[in-house]
Design a protein around this ligand. Structure first.
Ligand code: DI6
Ligand code: FE
Length: 407
């Protein structure tokens, strides 16, 4: 068995983001990484001598705050064009849903994305990804959903995978062909869902392009019955599911998601107590998307107190997309989750680390600093962890370590 090179990272103020955070944080000031994984976390004085001896490299963290690498667990990062002109329309009072009815909205991004080749998609997504990486993001979910043909959806997912390879980060891809009804299927949404469930999804799975399947289940989008059709197909391919639910209206999606033990339901501005209980029961994560809420100026916000009382864990993500969340800052999403949705700063940090990892189905300790977890962590020029959420538009990320290597 080959011995991997080990590194001791010392003089760190460690925020482990494990559920045992309080006890562990009091003691830990050192991490040992071995290859791409964390081998040990604790107080340096307690480091076993045999392990210490294997540390060929010692790095001083300068007494900086150290958190797990951040995880953006809901993005539509890959798309062509933008919707800045619609932003201007909305400033004149035209609603998001009205723009969609006029053939704008998601479908205008579909037109631009269909026309873009792989290189153009990568070129468009790269600066958005780089913005997230500068903030210490080391893992990201990227959805399709602006192609709405088999080949253009596949091209988006291939671009997402390629972004992960080029930048050396963990990318989870999500098939979201059920994002809007394409013009070819206008007025026949159930037919569309049958095709994308029974014909396209098996092909996407065969090419190994998707790690999960998502559906936009809402007023003006897809129904709970559509979700059943899609989720049955996903189940037969052993693909996990998730759902955009309750952004504008509760159309019964969450109950379906719970039935299929979805990883997460995302948005949830409209959520009933019965559905919150279903989410807790099924162990689903509530992914909160405060930048979309902010951009749309929505009237109701996710029932955070209800989620807390029901025991549903909450994640926070950017929802980076050209229509409702033109945002490539997870730190800003954290600030908004606190100020707009009244998350505590601790919940916001857990929401972009441990809980974000759960929303993506990671079961290897990602999102925490614990033995066995990926050696992905961030050193911050900050005094305390709550300062991550305190700043609204200020990035104090100092050093990013991915796979045990300073990037
Ligand atoms: N919910 C959203 O907020 C985005 N997609 C979704 O399902 C909006 C996407 C867009 O407007 O382009
Ligand atoms: Fe979204």
């Amino acid at each position: 068995m080959s011995v991997l090179p080990a590194t001791l990272w010392r003089r760190a103020r460690i925020v482990p983001c494990t559920s045992l955070q309080a006890a562990a944080a009091a003691q830990a000031d050192a991490i040992v990484t071995e290859g791409e994984r964390i081998a040990w976390v604790g107080h340096e004085a307690a480091l076993p001598p045999a392990l210490r001896e294997r540390c060929a490299t010692v790095r001083d963290c300068g007494d900086r705050l150290v958190t797990p690498g951040l995880i953006d667990c809901h993005t539509h990062l890959v798309f062509a064009g933008d919707r800045a002109a619609e932003f201007a329309e909305r400033q004149r009072g035209v609603s998001y849903e009205e723009l969609a009815r006029r053939g704008g909205g998601i479908l205008s991004t579909v037109r631009a994305t269909r026309a873009a080749d792989a290189a153009a998609l990568l070129a468009a997504a790269t600066p958005r990804l780089e913005s997230l990486l500068r903030e210490g993001v080391t893992a990201i979910e990227i959805k399709s959903g602006y192609g709405l043909t088999l080949e253009s959806e596949a091209r988006m997912l291939e671009a997402a995978r390629e972004l992960g390879r080029r930048h050396g980060i963990a990318v989870r891809t999500t098939y979201l062909a059920a994002h809007a009804v394409p013009p070819e299927f206008a007025g026949r949404s159930a037919d569309y869902v049958r095709v994308l469930a029974r014909e396209w999804l098996p092909e996407i799975a065969r090419r190994d392009l998707a790690d999960a399947v998502d559906i936009y289940c809402d007023r003006g989008a897809f129904s709970a019955e559509d979700a059943v059709t899609l989720f049955e197909a996903a189940r037969s391919l052993a693909l996990p599911v998730k759902m955009h639910a309750g952004q504008f209206a509760d159309v019964g999606g969450v109950a379906v998601a719970a039935r299929f033990a979805a990883l997460s339901c995302d948005h949830l501005e409209e959520l009933s107590p019965a559905d919150a209980a279903r989410m807790a029961q099924a162990g689903m994560v509530a992914v909160l998307l405060p930048v979309a809420y902010y951009t749309l100026g929505q009237a109701s916000r996710p029932p955070v107190a209800l989620l807390r009382e029901s025991g549903v864990s909450m994640a926070v993500a950017t929802d980076c997309n050209p229509g409702t969340s033109p945002c490539a800052s997870l730190l800003l999403a954290m600030n908004m989750a606190c100020r707009l949705f009244e998350l505590t700063a601790e919940e916001a940090l857990a929401g972009v680390t441990r809980e974000a990892a759960r929303a993506l189905g990671y079961a290897d300790g990602r999102g925490t600093l614990a033995p066995g977890a990926p050696a992905d962590f961030v050193m911050w020029d900050l005094a305390a962890p709550y300062e991550l959420s305190y700043w609204a538009g200020m990035n104090r990320c100092r050093t990013v370590v991915r796979g045990g290597i300073v990037r």
